[in-house]
Design a binder for this molecule. Structure first.
Ligand code: NAP
Length: 262
């Protein structure tokens, strides 16, 4: 199937590794012009790897999504470089692990800024450019924690629901302009974030890493965690013109972990 992404401009935030990097890679494979951002120098390495594997030029920017000026610069630089913007994928590192008792108010405020306000700001700055596109799409990366709270993740379990509310609202408000807004709710997908979460669990449970991984795998109907490229395939399809009638979908990519009817 042709996803009709050739020449489209896709900006993927927080893409130096993990789900963001895999998604940027897949966009480039499909012929999109890709811009990526993250805080560390690793972002340049990610861009070089994607270019060497796909032949596509990738714009890499160092930027922190907790800083409004960085967000504005990322959007402006992408538009200056490629002459427009068709697709925005919002993403950030996950908020810190912990229970309600572990988490002080300052940490809550920082997590709201990282997870919710970064998404709001990215979409605010990107919208005027998306409005000029012939095939605009926004994808928010959230979490399966919005369906079923995940142990030791009070911040993700709580704040990501606001991102879901935002995504659904925008899918309704922007639909008449043919701007599609969807979210993917990833389940356990093996990335550095998952390594961090497993280490945080081990610190509390005293279990071995193998025992923690087995307990996670056992709960997933497919019996394993996902791979970043399995996430990316779905993300790139949802953002592509091939999914032109898919809007307001909160899509679980979790191996069947959350089996609720809603
Ligand atoms: P990851 O492997 O830890 O990668 C996180 C990416 O975010 C990196 O590129 C990191 O680069 C960037 N980043 C972190 N903080 C940032 C900031 N303040 N500004 C800009 N970039 C920032 O995580 P992942 O597994 O790909 O997960 C991506 C998102 O999906 C996270 O929010 C995660 O919680 C969520 N999620 C993941 C899973 C999973 O199983 N993997 C499941 C559910 C939800 P720098 O450090 O260089 O900035």
């Amino acid at each position: 199937m042709d996803l009709h992404l050739n020449g489209k401009v896709a900006l993927v935030i927080a893409a130096s590794k993990g789900l963001g990097k895999a998604t940027a890679w897949q966009f480039a494979r499909e012929g999109a012009r890709v811009a990526i951002s993250a805080r560390s120098e690793l972002i340049n390495q990610a861009a070089a790897e994607i270019t060497s594997q796909t032949g596509q030029e990738v714009l890499a920017m160092r930027a922190d999504v907790t800083q409004p000026a960085d967000i504005e610069r990322v959007i402006d630089t992408t538009v200056e470089k490629f002459g427009g913007l068709d697709i925005l994928v919002t993403n950030a590192g996950g908020p810190p692990a912990g229970t309600f008792d572990d988490t002080d108010i300052t940490t809550w405020e920082a997590a709201v800024n990282l997870t919710l306000l970064s998404t709001v700001r990215l979409i605010k700055y990107a919208l005027p450019h998306l409005r000029q596109s012939t095939a605009p799409a926004i994808l928010t990366i959230t979490s399966n924690s919005t369906k079923q709270p995940v142990k030791n993740l009070v911040l993700s379990n709580s704040i990501r629901l606001a991102v879901i509310g935002l995504t659904k609202t925008l899918s309704q408000e922007l639909g008449k302009e043919q701007i599609r807004v969807n979210s993917i709710l990833p389940g356990w997908t093996y990335t550095e974030r998952v390594e961090e979460l497993i280490n945080a669990r081990i610190a509390k449970s005293g279990e071995t890493k193998e025992a923690e991984i087995t307990s996670i795998n056992t709960a997933i109907p497919l019996g394993r965690m996902g791979k970043p490229e399995e996430f990316a395939n779905v993300a790139v399809f949802l953002c592509s013109p091939a999914a032109s009638f898919v809007n307001g979908v909160m899509l679980q990519v979790d191996g069947g972990l959350n089996a609720g009817t809603f």
